[in-house]
Write a protein of this length. Structure first.
Length: 275
């Protein structure tokens, strides 16, 4: 048995989180799934080997949305390993239209997942929910296994009431902290791109990420990982300090009341055990 699959608990690794490629792994003792596949397969195979793990142990892929940094390798991976890919109908259409994806997902491996409908995917109980973003469609995932849960919401234009409910339920949460608003406004991006990033279908700022946590987290929340940081409009220490400071203003102490981590843009994390 692969070392990463040992112990009766769900585990999490990020293999990349940002505009250059996103990919997350969840495992149970007998199953594994990927959330998004926007990183190169050659590098992913190498990273897996360093964990004593093989891509052939992955049995399912969930896709959040159809932008290239989330789907670049999904067709090739699905084809090479005969793995089903779950996404909403609109996201599947978007993947088929995306010129960046040369190897498409074959029809027999495309699985449609519906927002708000819970379904069993291997060992994982999965519920997709809508996330505002300027893609064909975008979802977050609330995933239950091994007596705990994991929630991911990335590429977030604004935090909806439905998303707030999942934050309240989450024990382990990956949430976007894409940018610092002042860096966006004073930076070199053209105005149309600044407007897009700051819009209700753009990306979530450090400050708004912190406010979403403050207003909605429960005492059950154990881990928060800040994801999808902009290379041009953010940096890890700024994101961490902004969120930590705002949490502290409301009496929530990172490192005591919850663990706060920043996911790396281009390299894997350690293995997080989810209790």
């Amino acid at each position: 048995m692969h070392e990463i699959l040992q112990n009766d608990m769900m585990k999490f690794i990020s293999f990349g989180s940002g505009s250059s490629g996103n990919c997350y792994l969840l495992t149970t003792p007998n199953d594994a799934l990927l959330i998004d596949l926007g990183v190169g397969l050659r590098g992913l195979k190498k990273d897996f080997r360093e964990y004593g793990f093989s891509l052939s142990a992955v049995h399912h892929v969930l896709i959040t949305h159809d932008h290239a940094d989330h789907i670049k390798s999904v067709g090739s991976f699905s084809h090479d390993y005969n793995i089903p890919v779950y996404a909403t109908r609109e996201v599947h259409v978007g993947i088929n239209r995306n010129y960046c994806i040369t190897q498409k997902i074959s029809a027999d491996l495309a699985r449609v997942i519906e927002k708000g409908k819970t379904q069993q995917i291997g060992d994982f109980t999965v519920t997709a929910f809508g996330v505002p973003h300027d893609s064909s469609d975008n979802v977050g995932y609330f995933i239950e296994a091994e007596g705990t849960n994991f929630c991911v919401m990335t590429d977030v234009g604004t935090v909806t009431d439905e998303m707030k409910e999942y934050i309240r339920r989450a024990r382990h949460l990956v949430i976007e902290a894409n940018h610092d608003e002042e860096m966006v406004m004073s930076g070199p991006y053209p105005q149309f791109l600044k407007t897009r990033i700051l819009s209700q279908t753009g990306h979530l700022s450090n400050r708004n990420c912190a406010l979403a946590l403050i207003e909605n987290m429960s005492e059950d929340l154990q881990n928060v990982w800040l994801c999808h940081l902009s290379e041009e409009n953010n940096h890890p220490e700024l994101a961490r300090k902004t969120v930590e400071s705002l949490l502290r203003d409301y009496g929530i102490i990172a490192g005591v009341d919850l663990q706060l981590e920043v996911l790396k843009r281009n390299s894997p994390t350690g293995v997080f055990e989810l209790e």
